[in-house]
Write a protein that binds this ligand. Structure first.
Ligand code: ADP
Length: 583
């Protein structure tokens, strides 16, 4: 008789089918964390069930012994892959490398080798017997060898270690993972408990094999984990990754306001670790944020902006109710989205807008004031003229000084109005202008001033200069400002104005042998209201607007102005303007 029958045989066949099915199903979900190891665990469990099923079913001792080897293939493979699975599933895969995997494999491989040649030695079991019980031939170990106890210790070590890892992961994971882990622990604990009872001699006599039922139970629990709790589903893995890696802070609180879970970003934002916060009320969990917690304690739904004083950062705070499957509120989700950069830009834009408005008002004020000053200044000039006539030579010095100061005031007002006009108005019609002619005009205009200041004006006109496109009035004002500055800065010295061509540009160079400008002043002379006081003395000093007017005009003509100077040796201003195109 080859086979013998007992009702436990189909139960083991069912276990094998269940395990192979679970293995196959998990194999297709391999991208999920630990899925490959889990699939292999189930596969070897299946081998174990097949081995046990046939070991019982075979009535011939030699076939029973052969099946014993299949059982060992199943158990060694199963325990090894279970260990790997627990490490991967509890997020500790970084500890898995060739060395640790090989270390984990030593005992199973050694045990399997011993099991394959079990009859040639007594390391695994010293005595194996075949007995007749209730009309069945049963093979069983009468006395275990030392290697068996090593193997059993290793197996328990792996189980205890893996449960600890899984428990730790369960405590740290969010709800969905936590349920999965409980189920995995439950499924693995059931057969192991029965097995332990068997090893210590608490087992029921053959042919009762409670371990088979424990394995059916484990298989059903795992099936439940996969179908109902999305065990090995890629979505919870992705969810977990997103939850942990997003920059926004997330906190889930239950209906009583206690922290259920929070991600790393929330830990950083609120300055409390999840470990400390979990299970506590918001107030206890985040003692540094009392003012915000007070404000939003009872708010169920909101979207608002908050500032965290300690870090100086701004967040969009969103609170939304969480509902269970029945639609009842089961807690709240609190989200912190960092908007600091956006806020900073908003603040800068606001500051800029306010600054623009301030400048606009100031310009408006200067414009009104300058216009208002024009009329009284003109009437002062007239009065001075009449006075001079009537006083016929009397107080001439005083009148002269009065005249000069009035003239200076008029000049200032005109400069301010010119600058404001240049900023507000478009560059009018442009005409082709001969640069030498323009310079000649500026020389004539300022000859008298040069004479009084003892400066000598020279002109080196360039030959065959191309015309430039310019607003004559503006450009001669720009040039005049530079020439006047040179005259004031060069008492009894030489001022040479040269014109030349440089490819498609025309250069007007104003060189003086005057007092020169310090390097610090050089950086600022084109700024509005910047004056080098010593240059003309405060009596005659301008408003510091001349060069900024010149620069504005040159810019408007798509030109450039630069200066080189040495204190005590003189200065050279170069204005470059684009030549008018020939057509
Ligand atoms: P302002 O209208 O008061 O003359 P500017 O804007 O024309 O003001 O000039 C700025 C400053 O640069 C003035 O204090 C002036 O004395 C100085 N400066 C301009 N040109 C020269 C120069 N050629 N040599 C020395 N100082 C100069």
């Amino acid at each position: 008789m080859l086979f013998q029958y007992t009702p436990i045989v189909p139960v083991y066949a069912l276990v094998a089918a269940l395990m192979f099915y679970l293995s196959l199903r998990t194999w297709t979900l391999r991208p999920a964390r630990g899925a490959t190891a889990w699939s292999m665990t189930m596969l070897f469990c299946g081998f174990y069930a097949v081995g046990t099923c046939l070991e019982i079913a075979f009535a011939i001792p030699v076939l029973k012994l052969a099946m014993n080897r299949v059982i060992y293939i199943g158990t060694t493979g199963f325990i090894f892959f279970w260990g790997i699975f627990a490490i991967q599933y509890s997020n500790q895969a970084r500890f898995l490398n060739r060395f640790t995997v090989a270390l984990l494999a030593v005992v199973p491989v050694f045990t399997l080798c011993l099991a394959l040649f079990a009859e040639q030695h007594t390391l695994l079991y010293r005595e194996y017997e075949f007995v007749h019980i209730n009309g069945l031939i049963i093979g069983r170990v009468a006395a275990y060898g030392p290697a068996f106890w090593v193997w059993i210790s290793y197996s328990y070590l792996v189980f205890i270690g893996s449960w600890l890892l899984l428990l730790r992961a369960a405590l740290r994971s969010h709800a969905m993972f936590r349920n999965q882990i409980w189920l995995v622990i439950l499924a693995s604990a059931a057969p192991l408990l029965i097995y332990t009872a068997q090893v210590v001699g608490l087992n029921l006599p053959a042919p009762f094999y409670p371990i088979a039922f424990a394995m059916v139970f484990a298989g059903v629990v795992m099936l439940l984990a996969m179908t109902r709790f999305r065990f090995m589903d890629i979505i919870p893995v992705a969810y977990d990754l997103i939850f942990e890696n997003v920059k926004s802070g997330f906190i889930v609180i239950d209906i009583k306001g206690r922290v259920v879970e929070m991600n790393q970003a929330a830990e950083q934002i609120l300055g409390s670790s999840e470990r400390d916060a979990r299970g506590k009320t918001m107030g206890d969990a985040f003692p540094n944020q009392q003012h915000i917690i007070q404000e939003f304690r009872d708010v169920q739904e909101i979207k608002t902006e908050i500032a965290l004083m300690e870090t100086g950062r701004y967040y969009e705070l969103q609170i939304a109710p969480l509902r269970n499957y029945h639609g009842e509120q089961s807690g709240r989700l609190i989200m912190f989205y960092d908007i600091t950069e956006r806020k900073q830009i908003e603040q800068q834009t606001l500051a800029l807008a306010m600054e623009r408005e301030r400048v606009r008002l100031l310009q408006q004020f200067i414009s009104h004031m300058s216009h208002d000053l024009r009329t009284p200044l003109a009437s002062m000039k007239v009065s001075q003229y009449i006075l001079r006539k009537e006083l016929a030579g009397q107080f001439s010095d005083r009148l002269e000084s009065l005249d000069e100061q009035t003239e200076r005031l008029i000049e200032m007002v005109e400069s301010m109005l010119t600058l404001l006009r240049l900023e507000e108005e478009e560059l009018g019609s442009l005409f082709k202008i001969d640069v030498n002619e323009l310079v000649g005009y500026a020389l004539v205009r300022n000859e008298k001033l040069a004479c009084t200041r003892g400066a000598h004006l020279h002109f080196n006109p360039g030959k065959d200069l191309p015309p430039i496109l310019a607003n004559r009035e503006e450009l001669s004002l720009a040039l005049s400002n530079v020439v006047v500055n040179a005259i004031y800065s060069t008492p009894h010295g030489e001022i040479t104005i040269s014109t030349l061509r440089d490819e498609n540009q025309v250069i007007i160079r104003v060189h003086d042998s005057g007092i020169g400008i310090t390097p610090e002043d050089l950086n600022h002379i084109f700024e509005r209201f910047y004056r080098v006081d010593d240059a003309r003395g405060t009596q005659n000093g301008g408003l510091g607007l001349g060069l900024s007017i010149t620069k504005t005009i040159v810019d408007r003509h798509a030109g450039t102005i630069d200066v080189q100077s040495r204190l005590g040796e003189g200065s050279e201003f170069s204005i470059r303007l684009p030549a008018a195109t020939m057509n």
